[in-house]
Ligand binder design. Structure first.
Ligand code: ACO
Length: 349
């Protein structure tokens, strides 16, 4: 994998002083996961693997899986998550000005999931678009929605992150299939007169020199040089786990540090680190680097695996419903994923 040196740039930014006359608040959260569970014991029956290997290397014990017979997919999960977030916010769907869905597993490419999610929740003719930023979809979405609201373009925006990863797994590939599950997380963001609230610093990056470490080929022409295209690999996630692991450990830590620097904060100033759940070891490395107490870095990968764009919003919703995320606190959202992409969003709640 090409060496990559995440750098500070215009994509790392503290909000310019005095610019926003509008604040942004998280008005409500929601999430949705399918009922069907896929446990490590299930994988022991399907593949040459063990519960012990999976738990030690990843921290995962089970994941959720959409049931196509019930019509479950990324569109239905996203709809449910956003509906729950609207109920939680006590905001009528008709007040949404925009619906943003981060996903790399949409039901169809056209129409986007977001168009149908907006229609299903009753958002009228609100703007709707999907973001294809892999696991960064939700965090990119938070930053974009914050900017749209602060600019005065919109007042209320629904942001959803959702992936139906089990639909793109090769269940004969033990290196990849044990990692992923299905989930959606959503937040309703709304303008507020309190200008201290909303994003206080953020970063949004991509570097395609590492694209071949994580990709979803749709045709044989999509494979990188050196890979043998086969029909079995089409529409199945291909991953160089070790390369992604190294990238993730370095990027996560550097991204957190630069975002804190942009905001002039120290690691201990942040109340919640709400991070993409890709591997418990990657999260633990960041927790150790910054000396964070366990309660500040939320981990639920044991229950859901890596749910790609779904994971950060799902963590937020679990924390939110537990009453742990409170007005005035600082929450740092962080993700990395295919592209390769990486992004942060530091919020004054
Ligand atoms: N069960 C048993 N053995 C396994 C399994 C398994 N499920 N998978 C791999 N192995 C074996 C390998 O074949 C290898 O055996 P060998 O030494 O005989 O060849 C051995 O275990 C070690 O394999 P590694 O790939 O070196 O294992 P590693 O410790 O790197 O863990 C893992 C693999 C968990 C995939 C890790 O690399 C990882 O988490 N990478 C990051 C993945 C990630 O975050 N991806 C998504 C990010 S972006 C997004 O979310 C879309």
């Amino acid at each position: 994998m090409t060496a990559r040196h995440p750098h500070a740039s215009r994509a790392d930014a503290a909000m310019p002083p005095g610019a926003p006359a509008i604040g942004v608040r998280i008005a409500g959260c929601g999430s949705a996961v399918p009922d069907t569970r896929l446990t490590n014991a299930d994988f022991e029956r399907m593949l040459d693997t063990s519960d012990e290997w999976i738990v030690q290397r990843t921290g995962i014990r089970e994941r959720r899986r959409c049931d196509p017979a019930k019509g479950e997919n990324s569109r239905t999960l996203s709809t449910l998550a956003l509906r729950r977030a609207l109920e939680n916010a006590r905001i009528d769907a008709g007040e949404l000005d925009g619906v943003i869905v981060g996903t790399v597993t949409p039901e169809m490419l056209c129409p986007s999931n977001s168009c149908r999610v907006a229609a299903a929740v009753g958002a009228g003719t609100a703007a709707a678009f999907d973001i294809s930023a892999a696991c960064c979809g939700f965090v990119y979405g938070l930053n974009i929605a914050n900017a749209l609201i602060r600019s005065g373009s919109m007042r209320t925006v629904g942001v959803v992150g959702c992936d139906h990863m089990t639909s793109v797994m090769d269940y004969t590939d033990r290196r990849v299939s044990i990692l992923f599950g299905d989930a959606a997380g959503a937040a309703v963001l709304r303008a507020t007169d309190d200008t201290s609230r909303g994003v206080v610093a953020h970063a949004m990056h991509a570097d395609a020199t590492g694209w071949a470490d994580l990709y979803l080929p749709r045709s044989k022409a999509d494979f990188p040089p050196g890979e043998t295209p086969t029909d079995e690999k089409l529409n199945r996630l291909q991953m160089n786990g070790q390369a992604v692991f190294k990238f993730a450990v370095k990027t996560f830590g550097d991204l957190i540090q630069r975002t804190l620097d942009s905001a002039g904060l120290k690691a201990e100033d942040v109340d919640h680190y709400i991070c993409h759940q890709s591997n418990a070891r990657i999260l633990e490395a960041s927790r150790e680097r910054f000396g964070l107490p366990e309660e500040k870095l939320y981990v639920n990968i044991q229950n859901y695996g890596n749910t790609s764009a779904g994971s950060v919003g799902l963590c937020l919703d679990e924390l939110w419903r537990a009453g742990r995320v409170r007005e005035g606190q600082l929450a740092l959202f962080v993700a990395f994923g295919g592209g390769l992409t990486w992004s942060s969003s530091l919020w004054r709640i």
